[in-house]
Design a protein. Structure first.
Length: 334
């Protein structure tokens, strides 16, 4: 196979040289944007629900938070609200669930930092998209049944998913290469990337690898624009060493895609090899991180925006992926 990339050696070199780099100037958010009028107060529903002692108290909570009860707790799928209340009461009295809740409170005694970061993100979104309406934001302990729920009206953050990586409580259904992204510093980038789908008008009916690459590239570009001081690794979910190694091997990565005629591949099974979740992109190299096609799409979109001087709103509205690709003038950095 052509141009197999040996990233393992590069990773060790990156670690050595990165320690020698001078500290970069501290990133500063735009004060004018931060003056945007946004009201956000994160409501910690886990405290209310775990302190409820009777079915009547749960029923009161359902009535007090009807949208949460309907969309997140799915009240309509139960014979009655009393049945759901009884189930939650039994669940919350379970010893392990109580321990999980206690651990969440220990690691998240408050959410002021999260509230500030998310508020700033919403200000940036509203700056670019004035029609954006700030959703209600709740935290909850789901018992590892839901990490993030996001719609235009509400966001629910399952804090149990975002305990430290070495914590004894871990989501049982997540492989290690995904679980490493479930820490507090990833919460806001994950939310912003999800919100980007509202504005991302990419036409996936074009059904090619490059179309999917550009869809994800636009999502990451959006997230970086909204969170300009957030390091790339928290946006794409790579380690800093993997990000640096990808850039060091960008010429070879691009050559692999071009020489194997992959860009306009339409077979969904082939596309998934380069954009789907995986511990590595083994087709290129066992040391190449998974989803490397998404990373490459991010570079293409960045170049399109830079070279054509396209504002974020116009970029997100552009549905023609071939146009973005052709006009990006993308070339890997030597």
């Amino acid at each position: 196979m052509k141009n197999r990339i040996l990233l393992s050696a590069i990773l060790s070199l990156v670690t050595i040289f990165s320690s020698c780099k001078k500290e970069t100037e501290e990133c500063q958010l735009d004060e004018d944007i931060l003056n945007t009028d946004v009201e956000l107060k994160i409501v910690r529903l886990e405290s209310d629900f775990f302190s409820a002692k009777t079915s009547e108290e749960f029923t009161y909570l359902f009535e007090n938070h009807p949208y949460f009860a309907e969309k997140y707790l799915l009240t309509s799928t139960y014979p009655s609200k009393e049945d759901l209340a009884a189930e939650l009461l039994a669940t919350h009295q379970d010893t392990l669930m109580r321990e999980l809740y206690d651990e969440v409170i220990i690691h998240y005694p408050d959410v002021m930092g999260l509230e500030k970061d998310l508020s700033n993100a919403f200000k940036y979104i509203k700056h670019y998209f004035p029609e954006f309406k700030v959703p209600k934001v709740y935290t909850f302990v789901s018992g590892f049944s839901s990490d993030l729920y996001i719609d235009e009206e509400m966001i629910v953050i399952g804090l149990d998913y975002f305990l430290p990586a070495d914590h004894r409580f871990q989501a049982p259904d997540l492989p290690d290469y995904i679980a490493k992204r479930y820490e507090a510093k990833y919460i806001v980038p994950m939310i912003v990337t999800a919100i980007s789908s509202v504005y991302n008008k990419t036409d996936l009916k074009q059904n090619s690898l490059v179309a999917e690459m550009i869809y994800y590239g636009k999502a990451y570009h959006f997230t970086k624009a909204i969170l300009p001081c957030t390091p790339d690794e928290y946006i794409i979910g790579y380690s800093s060493e993997e990000v640096a190694a990808c850039f060091d091997n960008e010429v070879m990565i691009w050559s692999y895609f071009v020489e194997n005629d992959l860009l306009f591949e339409t077979n969904p099974f082939e596309i998934r090899k380069y954009t789907g979740e995986a511990p590595s992109t083994v087709e290129i190299s066992p040391d190449a991180p998974g989803r490397v096609g998404r990373w490459l799409g991010w570079n293409i979109v960045d170049d399109y925006q830079f070279n054509k001087d396209v504002p974020l709103t116009e970029l997100m509205e552009e549905s023609d992926t071939e146009k973005i690709f052709k006009l990006s003038g993308y070339k890997p950095r030597p």
